[in-house]
Design a protein around this ligand. Structure first.
Ligand SMILES: *Cc1c(COP(=O)(O)O)cnc(C)c1O
Length: 499
């Protein structure tokens, strides 16, 4: 299987797409085709464990990897000692037609682990396959969860380093501590004075700079990305949509071939794009429901066909979705535009220069035949957490609650009661203060830190505080670097120099 750039650039192999992250023309790598998964194959997934399911899907894309290579990488990534649920990504039942796909059982308690536990293995294999002897220096912009997941994944992996930029005030206390206490000799964490879009735009600019690449090269390093612009991040995410479907079959919730809906809490559009790829491979999906918080640029896009970033950036209780420029949407646009790279390049240029682009009526119709979209603000999200806890005793985090709420509204509006899977992207303990306030009222969390709130949530729900949150209380802060928006190149160089 070869990979093309969304902006029309030349073909590369899977390992090259993973190793270099972003195409030289600034576009994102997309597979030449979506390998079909037959009904028989789909049925066979029901007999498999998570690693076997993942192997089935990954093989179809990673053609320049051997099957033993893929299987060894998967065994190391989804090691049962690192995930606190033996199913890795269990599908839990809320009601007869509503399920929750829990993607937060990995080491950093967010769905990013599903990809970032695997990516370092794919990266080092890709470096070997391509004779790359320079250190693979991963640069990451994070809205909170990617950073820690990338640091954990790449920590002390030989031949790599991992540098993370996070917005100073854009992440939760637990998220910040998770990053700044990270161990490892090859990890760097830098606070940027700005929001997530500033961090992401800055990192993209560094990737696009020949001058910066030369400076990095002079140090025997080559840049790569662990953001969801990297195809190596996307491909492991396709797996859990198939896995959830197999779980629903095993639970008797659906019959083979029945369509299901997925509702996905969305920021950079990576998670839901993987669902779209799964659907394109033949997974029976009716609607993909894109759930946003108050930063509802995507809700407007799916309604009007215009992507317009000229709007206020809100800080919400679901910070990992506080994004106005959703990078992976570019990959969906590419499909929507019949893979016309030139058109994508034009839209992206318009976005950069005049902050918006318009896809037109017909293409919008195409989008709406597959996707639905909605949003929930912080108050609605808190109500949803409380409602789900009071009714089902199920505790969800703020991001998952946005999706749950959007599903509720979607069903009321459309009457579409197809079996739906709420994709749960984080543990409630990652956002303990907001979750506790939602369940018990704001007074309950007042004056309490994240750890006290975690204890209160444990008492309330009986769900134990994860060890990873507990240990944060005593870990020393190791990373204190800070920089301004225009000082990112220098900050990376300082980090490399150990300053
Ligand atoms: C990253 C993240 C999201 C958004 O996922 P995208 O792939 O960027 O759309 C949602 N929820 C949580 C908890 C996250 O960490």
């Amino acid at each position: 299987m070869s990979f093309f750039s969304t902006r029309g650039g030349a073909a590369v192999t899977a390992s090259q797409a993973i190793l270099y992250g972003l195409a030289p023309d600034g576009g994102l790598y997309v597979p030449a085709m979506f390998p079909p998964i037959s009904q028989e194959k789909l049925a066979s997934l029901t007999e498999m464990d998570y690693c076997q399911r993942a192997s089935t899907i990954l093989r179809t894309y990673l053609e320049d990897f051997t099957i033993p290579e893929i299987d060894a990488a998967l065994a190391a990534a989804y090691d049962k000692a690192k995930f606190d649920d033996p199913a890795i990504a269990p599908t839990k039942k809320l009601t007869a037609d509503t399920f929750v796909l829990e993607l937060f059982h990995g080491p950093t308690l967010a769905f990013k682990d599903m990809a970032l536990q695997l990516l370092p293995h794919l990266t080092t294999l890709s470096a070997k396959k391509n004779g790359e002897e320079r250190e693979v220096s991963i640069l990451v912009a994070t809205s909170g969860d990617t950073g820690k997941a990338a640091l954990e994944g790449f920590k002390d992996v030989p031949g790599t380093s991992c540098t993370v930029f996070y917005p100073t005030d854009g992440v939760s206390d637990v998220q910040k501590l998770q990053m700044t206490t990270t161990g490892g000799d090859n990890t760097h964490v830098i606070a940027i004075n700005g929001n997530f879009d500033d961090a992401q735009t800055g990192v993209k600019t560094l990737f696009g700079s020949a001058d910066f690449a030369e400076k990095v090269n002079a140090q025997g390093k080559v840049l790569s990305s662990a953001n969801s612009i990297n195809f190596g991040r996307l491909v492991p995410q396709i797996v859990y949509y198939f896995s959830a479907y197999a779980d629903l079959l095993n639970q008797g919730a659906i019959a083979l071939g029945d369509e299901v809906n997925f509702v996905v809490p969305t920021g950079n559009f990576g998670n839901i794009l993987a669902a779209y790829y799964a659907r394109s491979m033949g997974l029976p999906v009716k609607k993909l429901i894109c759930a946003s918080n108050r930063n509802n640029v995507l809700t407007d896009f799916f309604r009007e066909g215009v992507y317009d970033t000229r709007r206020v950036f809100y800080k919400t209780t679901s910070p990992s979705m506080d994004i106005l420029i959703s990078s992976n949407l570019e990959r969906l646009l590419f499909e929507c535009a019949d893979r016309d790279g030139e058109l994508i390049a034009t839209w992206m240029k318009q976005l950069k220069e005049s902050y918006s682009y318009c896809i037109g009526e017909q293409r919008l119709e195409w989008m709406n035949s597959v996707f639905a979209a909605g949003y929930a603000d912080d108050k609605e999200c808190a109500q949803e957490i409380r409602a789900r806890f009071d009714t089902y005793g199920y505790l969800m985090d703020t991001h998952t609650a946005v999706a749950s709420r959007v599903l509720r509204e979607y069903r009321e509006k459309t009457g579409d009661n197809t079996v739906a899977v709420i994709v749960s992207t984080a543990s409630p303990y990652k956002f303990a203060q907001d979750v506790l306030s939602a369940v018990k009222g704001e007074e309950a969390a007042e004056g309490m830190d994240a750890f006290q709130c975690s204890d209160a949530l444990e008492a309330l729900s009986g769900m134990p505080v994860p060890q990873q949150v507990r240990e944060l209380r005593s870990l020393p802060v190791r990373h204190k670097a800070q920089c301004e928006k225009d000082g990112m190149a220098e900050a990376v160089m300082n980090a490399f120099a150990g300053k």
